[in-house]
Design a protein around this ligand. Structure first.
Ligand SMILES: Nc1ncnc2c1ncn2[C@@H]1O[C@H](COP(=O)(O)OP(=O)(O)OP(=O)(O)O)[C@@H](O)[C@H]1O
Ligand SMILES: [Mg+2]
Length: 320
């Protein structure tokens, strides 16, 4: 295994190049409302529990990633589906506050939008119960008009992800899958970049208790697919295959306040940086910094940093 230090040589270009601030990233997948409760410890019995703080925030993997891209300076186009109900209105209003382009969101009369209960404990760990919604549309026709630099999609809306990845293939641009369980294997074939969560990879391979088991699992998947493979592993950082080398890029050490949405921020930042023309190693370093900064503050997946914050974080590492 090759252990990358946090400033791979390629990153030198990063400090001098201008980012294409209007780089468009198409994100397809889930947009939900999270009812977030901060508790001292996770409930484990059928009793009443008290939250010491609570908030209602719009969330969902794709929606959080789109907000991250917009905050980093990109043009984030979110393709998602909501019902014409209270939750749907809340989702769109909140995304617009983050400057996400909502023109591809399909709203269906009579459908029920998705929402979740999210508990965050004193260690920043979370427990989520999600209702996926009902009667939501599979109309993906409006995606055809888009012209993105890269595409990111989650595993929660198969028709949307399939359409977005087919568009990416036609245009020859990166198609990044946030591979969370349950994973439809057909989506793996359509992706050019697959970044599993640990749970996502283990849902395909079974339990991965050692680093060499992670390497074998990624290598086995790479035998049948020419794409780029990685697994994000929370505070352990990211394992990936890059030009046949197995790499480990450590997470940044931060005082963790809230890990909710870290993976979503990571995928948004990774895809944005790929779309800006950086390679996978550079994009992983960038995404690790963005996700760590997110973990150091509360607010779930919407607490993503802006480009200036990520840059100064990486510059701080480079100077140490
Ligand atoms: N405690 C932490 N400290 C520093 N960085 C973290 C921490 N947790 C997560 N990260 C960063 O975020 C990335 C993604 O996190 P993780 O692997 O937990 O995503 P996930 O399992 O998809 O979870 P989710 O999508 O629910 O946030 C990690 O690879 C790492 O770079
Ligand atoms: Mg995730």
């Amino acid at each position: 295994m090759i252990v990358c230090d946090l400033q791979p040589p390629q990153l030198t270009s990063f400090y001098v190049c201008d980012v294409h601030s209007l780089n468009t990233i198409l994100v397809a997948g889930m947009a939900v409302v999270d009812f977030l409760f901060e508790v001292d410890s996770m409930p484990n019995a059928a009793e009443k529990y008290q939250a010491h703080d609570a908030r209602i925030v719009a969330g969902g993997g794709a929606a959080n990633a789109a907000c991250t891209i917009a905050k980093l300076g990109g043009h984030a186009q979110l393709a998602a589906r909501v019902g014409n109900d209270l939750m749907g209105k809340l989702i769109i209003e909140d995304l617009q506050r983050y400057s996400v382009d909502c023109s591809l969101i399909v709203t269906t009369d009579g459908a029920r939008s998705s929402y979740s209960s999210v508990l965050v404990d004193a260690d920043g760990e979370r427990q989520i119960v999600n209702f996926r919604g009902e009667g939501l549309s599979d109309d993906i026709s409006n995606m055809e008009s888009t012209n993105p630099a890269a595409v990111l999609a989650d595993t929660r809306w198969i028709a949307g992800t399939t359409a977005a990845f087919e568009l990416a293939r036609q245009k020859g641009i990166p198609a990044v899958l946030d591979a969370e369980a349950p994973i439809d294997v057909q989506l793996l074939e359509l992706s050019s970049h697959i970044a599993f969560s640990r749970q996502g990879l283990e849902s395909i391979t079974g339990s991965l208790t050692t680093v060499s088991a992670i390497e074998s699992a990624l290598r086995q998947l790479a035998q049948n697919n020419p794409g780029w493979f990685a697994m994000t592993d929370g505070a352990n950082g990211v394992y990936s295959l890059y030009q046949s080398e197995f790499l480990h890029q450590a997470a940044l050490p931060v005082d963790v306040v809230d890990t909710l949405g870290a993976g979503d921020v990571w995928h948004g930042a990774f895809t944005y940086w790929l779309g800006c023309g950086y390679n996978e190693v550079e994009a992983v370093s960038f995404a690790n910094a963005a996700a760590a900064l997110k973990c150091a503050r509360s607010g779930g997946g919407r607490a993503c940093p802006d480009l200036k914050e990520v840059r100064s974080c990486l510059a701080g590492i480079a100077n140490n």
